[in-house]
Design a protein around this ligand. Structure first.
Ligand code: X7A
Ligand code: MN
Ligand code: MN
Ligand code: MN
Length: 303
């Protein structure tokens, strides 16, 4: 398979400085060289450049609407182009608000796509349920069709068309939801495999149940959105919102390998690596965990 790498140095979806350096840290870990050595045909599109707007006042508490709304449009267009060029769109983040663009762009190129969201968090607060106003915790709310009536008009977000149904989403690794998110996940019937399910069934069964729920015939292009904080903080401390009791590196790698083995993996987001947080050891370990995740997965795409 061919892989198109898109750097997205975004940070305005959250408040910790440094996550914009994620793409550089992942590149420096040698992801592109390693994939090439393994026989993957890699196209590096470099980092997207976002014009900075300082006059960006919060709306209904949502922070940086203009910067994020305009960035998401660029991301969406780029991901769409890469997928239409028959390449797996590998997006290096940057904070999780970038997934507004990657999922929107994927859905524009592949009508029948489905989504696996690996994260400690559900990232589905609406602007009105968010406790922080940080868009990285709201990304999915703008994309899920069944939530449309709950989303207020946000300047610079008007172009975003909800493009995925609740039934097309599977969460893996959840362990920190806000009240509004709990209501949404329960009432929208989104397939939800929290860390409790991972403990109870094991990661293989959780993946089988996820695919049974969202891709039963194995014919749908898969979007894998991987937040590094899904992993246990002991191996991924260099991230903005760590939560104890997460996935092991092996469980993370297994998810990547199994989804890649379907032959339907079409887009992958690697988000929330913040090289400025934690000690040097913690940063190197966090980056290495993501490196192992993506190399293990995508190297299977050449078999
Ligand atoms: N749910 C949170 C965290 C979002 C994390 C986004 B991700 O997954 O991309 O990193 C708030 C979480 N919670 C709020 C109360 C105090 C503890 C943290 C939010 O701000 O919406
Ligand atoms: Mn998270
Ligand atoms: Mn996230
Ligand atoms: Mn995070």
């Amino acid at each position: 398979d061919k892989v198109g790498v898109i750097g997205v140095p975004s940070c305005k979806g959250q408040s910790a400085g440094g996550v914009q350096h994620g793409p550089k840290a992942l590149r420096q870990a040698g992801i592109i060289d390693k994939l090439t050595q393994l026989g993957v045909e890699v196209y590096d599109y470099g980092d997207l450049v976002f014009e900075q707007f300082d006059d960006d006042t919060p709306i209904l508490g949502l922070k940086n609407p203009k910067n994020i709304g305009l960035a998401a449009k660029k991301i969406s267009d780029q991901v769409s182009r890469v997928i239409k060029d028959d390449q797996i769109a590998l997006t290096l983040g940057g904070d999780h608000s970038l997934s507004i663009g990657t999922i929107h762009g994927h859905a524009a190129a592949e009508k029948n796509m489905c989504l696996v969201w690996v994260d400690a968090h559900a990232d589905i607060n609406t602007p009105l349920t968010s406790p922080s106003g940080n868009v990285h915790g709201m990304a999915l709310s703008f994309l899920v069709k069944e939530l449309k009536e709950y989303i207020p008009q946000i300047p610079h977000f008007e172009w975003i068309k909800p493009c995925i149904s609740a039934k097309d989403i599977a969460y893996i690794g959840l362990r920190d939801l806000d009240p509004g998110e709990l209501w949404i996940v329960r009432n929208m019937g989104i397939s939800c495999f929290t860390m409790h399910e991972v403990d109870r069934y094991g990661i293989d069964m959780v993946l089988r149940m996820s695919m049974q729920a969202i891709n039963p015939h194995g014919d749908r292009p898969i979007h894998l959105s991987f937040d590094v904080d899904s992993l246990d903080p002991r191996i991924s401390a260099a991230t903005g919102t760590p939560v104890p009791g997460g996935l092991s590196v092996r469980e993370g790698i297994y998810i990547a390998e199994e989804l890649a083995a379907t032959g339907k993996l079409t887009a992958v987001d690697l988000v929330e690596v913040n090289p400025l947080l934690g000690t040097k050891e913690e940063r190197d370990l966090t980056v290495y965990a993501v490196y192992m995740f993506i190399i293990s997965g995508l190297s299977l795409c050449v078999i």
